[in-house]
Every structure is written in C-alpha cells, then in structure tokens.
Design a protein around this ligand. Structure first.
Ligand SMILES: [Zn+2]
Length: 465
C-alpha cells in the first residue's frame, strides 16, 4: 500500500512524457536552420539592429516572414505580426550648445563633445544658482552631482521623477557606454534635461565654491517620428477553456548598433545578444506549429524592440497587451542562448534561469528538460540578473517571468566580436529542445505556475494582474 502511494506521488511530480508527435515536432528544431537565420540577422548589413534603425526594421520583417512561413497566427490587430509603438526620436543640436560654470574668479566651459545631453526641450539660463543633489524636494531646482552613482537610465528616470528643472551629472574620466538615443511618447509631459559632463574637473572641485553660477544654452532638439515594432505570433491552444490562457515566449531582437567613428569593424552584430534568443523563438515556434494537436494553452511567440535602451518593447507590450494580462500565465524570455563560453565555466547541454528561486517555473521547465537530456545550471548571483531583461516588465505586471540564459558573461559581450560564426548551433538546438519540452509542460499543465512566497517576490505577487 505504502509503496503504491509513493509511486502515485512520484508520478504526480514528474512532467508528462512527450507524445511521439510532440517529440517529432521537437526533433525539427535544427542547428542548420538557426545558423541560417542568425547569419542573416547578425550580418553586417543589419548594422547592429539599433533601436530605431533600418537594420532593426529589416530584422522585424524577417522575423515576421518566418512566423508567416511557419503558419503561426498573426497576434497584432488587422492580421499583422507587428505591434507598432509610435515614438518621437529626439535629436540634439550640438552646434550652438554652451555651458559655463563660474565660481569666484574661476570659470569652466565645456563643448558639446564633452557632454551627453538627454533633453526633450531646449533650455536657456544665465548665472543660475545650482544646488548639490540631495534627498528631499528638488522640484524646479537645478541640481548637480557626481555621476558615479547616477549613470544608468533607471537612476536617471528616478531623478527626473523628482521634477527638477535641470540635472547636471559630472563624471571624472571617460564617457560612459550609455546610448544617447532618446525616444519619447508623443504628448508626454516634458522631462528635466540631463547633462552628463565628462572629464575634469569633477563635481567635488566645482562644488567647493559657494558662489557657483551656471549658464547654459541647450538648443531646442529636433523631434522625428519613428515606428518601433514588436513582432508577435500565436499558436492557438487546443483546449476549449485553457486556450484562453497564454504563455509568452520571447526574446529581444534589438542590439546596440554601431560605433559612430573609427577604422575597421564598427558593427556590434549582437549575434549571441540576442540574435540567438531571437532565432530560438523563431525556430521553436516553427517546430511547435507542426504539432497535429496544439498544446492546451495558447503560446504567444514574441520578439521585442528596445531592450538595450531599458526594456522598451516589453514595457510597451505590458502597457498595450495583445492578450489579457490576467490570462497570461507566464513569460519565458531568452537571452544569449548560443555561446557556451560562460565565464563561470563552459556550459554544454545546460541552461540557467534568472531569479531561479522566484517561482515554480524553473522546476517545471527543469523537469521537462531532463527528457531531452538538458540540465539547469545555477549561476552565482542569478537573482541580480532578474531585472536586466524583458522578463522584468512582466514580473512588474505580476506575471511569473524568468529569462533563460546559456552564458551570462562571455567574451565579446556588447563587443564588436559578437559574430554569428562563434555560436555553437548544435548545442543551441539541443538546449532549445529541452526548452520547448518545458513550454509544452507549462502549456499543458493543469495549474498555472506561481510565484514562490519569498520576500524577493513580494512586489510581483502584489502586482498580480
Ligand atoms: Zn540581451
């Protein structure tokens, strides 16, 4: 008796074995096919797929063509694969930029080449008072600070939310790898201009003078309308009830574009980051589309724009969902699936999750992956990566969401050498089979996946859609 009970319990926790039809569909996931897709998406002619760029537009068209070829259903309105965000791209006009800081008898000036400005409107000030950035009310004030702690987009957005009139950030040393690209929502209220100032002197030296006065002429920037596109397709579920629930399987298809100057290769091809995730979504979508009986729940295959600029495409999606967020059971997002040369050790036949303890998804997908001889590896500090890719936008909307990664830290990350020839396609195809088995397990499971009840997930559990 006891033994029988144990056997039943054991059966209850193991993923359902794949049917022969499901295994046949997974076996269509092809290294050669992904090599073909990626050699195009990461080719020099696409110029690093920056947001926005013609190269990115071509990539979106290519992804849609692959969804169409596979017979996946368009997920956007009017039978389209494109979810279009209309934005204004802001172009600074550096020619007449002026910035002068006076303190007693001393005076410093900077040229446009020494600064990075993020401003959606011009500003003109003469001998204005500047205050050091501090906690408390800074609304309407001109604030200045040392930039070391304030260099990423999220921190800048938090500063802007405090409604200062102008933010000056000084950084001793070289320029930071922060894209100058600015995209704003048409009609959105203006935000405080931010001026990042590189080189000498640092802010501490400037701030020591009590009588500092600032003069600035920041010319009115140009606003240009751009269309940014998420690409989305549905594999409609087969269960009359559960097909109204969706699993989102995604990857960002943008990268960081090109270096503006210099000799030799200037193209950041972004083959592994994240051409590899993109072609995995395309390939797995095409494989599952051949199933004679679709999984019980529907699967939305998506590729996002603008991840590199702060998860823009994913946030656009969660603000403009194509299927109801409350019926979206999970987001499985892919990053960096093709390189195995992870800094913490080579990763063959294995992948990893960001925020692995945050939900029961890693367990469900891990059990399913075993059927394809793929294992889950644990990256040290994997929780810290949780907020660094598109899954985070879904988590903030309350949806259990993780990013699956083969190699987090690899040579050529955000480098000119991230080329398609360096990807291990055979390994990627094997790992993708393991992932696809996990998608089927999630899509067919009787229960929706859940956040684990731990302090790290409190904010996401509270946000439940
Ligand atoms: Zn990426």
């Amino acid at each position: 008796m006891r033994k029988i009970v144990l056997t039943l319990l054991f059966c209850g926790v193991v993923s359902a074995a794949l049917t022969p039809e499901e295994q046949a569909a997974l076996n269509r996931i092809s290294a050669a096919s992904m090599r073909g897709h990626l050699s195009f998406l990461a080719s020099d002619l696409l110029e690093g797929r920056a947001t926005p760029s013609r190269g990115q537009d071509v990539a979106a068209e290519y992804i849609a063509a692959q969804f169409r070829r596979a017979g996946l259903e368009p997920a956007a309105p009017n039978g389209s694969y494109f979810q279009t965000a209309v934005r204004e791209q802001i172009e600074q006009q550096p020619a007449s930029f002026q910035l002068t800081w006076k303190a007693g008898a001393k005076q410093w000036s900077w040229k446009a080449a020494d600064v990075l400005t993020m401003a959606d409107h011009g500003i003109d000030l003469t001998d204005a008072t500047v205050m050091p950035l501090a906690a408390g009310d800074i609304s309407g004030k001109i604030v200045a600070a040392d930039a070391e702690q304030n260099m990423n987009r999220r921190a800048i957005a938090q500063l802007r939310a405090r409604k200062p009139a102008l933010i000056l950030l000084f950084r001793k040393g070289g320029r930071v790898p922060l894209s100058a690209t600015q995209l704003v929502e048409p009609g959105k209220p203006a935000e405080a201009p931010v001026v990042l100032i590189f080189g000498e002197p640092n802010f501490a030296a400037l701030a020591s003078a009590a009588d500092a006065k600032l003069s600035i002429h920041l010319p009115e920037p140009l606003h240009r309308k751009v269309n940014l596109r998420n690409v989305a397709a549905i594999l409609r579920g087969s269960d009359p009830e559960l097909s109204k629930q969706y699993l989102i399987f995604s990857a960002h298809y943008d990268h960081i574009g090109m270096k503006d100057s210099g000799d030799g290769d200037r193209i950041f091809n972004g083959a592994n980051d994240n051409g590899s995730g993109t072609v995995s979504v395309v390939e797995i979508g095409a494989a599952l589309a051949t199933l004679p009986v679709h999984p019980r729940r529907s699967i939305l295959f998506m590729t996002f724009f603008g991840e590199e600029l702060g998860l823009l495409g994913a946030y656009y999606y969660t603000q403009h969902p194509l299927v109801p967020l409350q019926d979206t059971i999970a987001n499985i997002n892919l990053e960096q699936m093709g390189r195995t040369d992870e800094q913490d050790g080579k990763q063959i036949n294995s992948y990893s999750f960001t925020g692995p303890s945050f939900s029961n998804i890693p367990k469900i997908l891990g059990d399913a992956a075993k059927q394809e001889d793929i294992k889950i590896w644990a990256k040290n500090g994997a929780d810290a990566f949780f907020g660094r890719s598109d899954n985070y936008a879904f988590a903030q909307a309350g949806i259990p969401a993780h990013t699956a990664v083969v190699a987090y830290e690899y040579p050529d990350y955000h480098g000119l050498g991230d080329e398609w020839e360096k990807v291990d396609y055979e390994n990627m195809a094997r790992v993708d089979k393991g992932l696809a088995a996990g998608l089927l397990a999630l899509a067919n499971a009787p229960e929706r996946p859940q956040w684990n009840d731990i302090p790290a997930t409190a904010e996401y559990r509270k946000a439940k859609p």
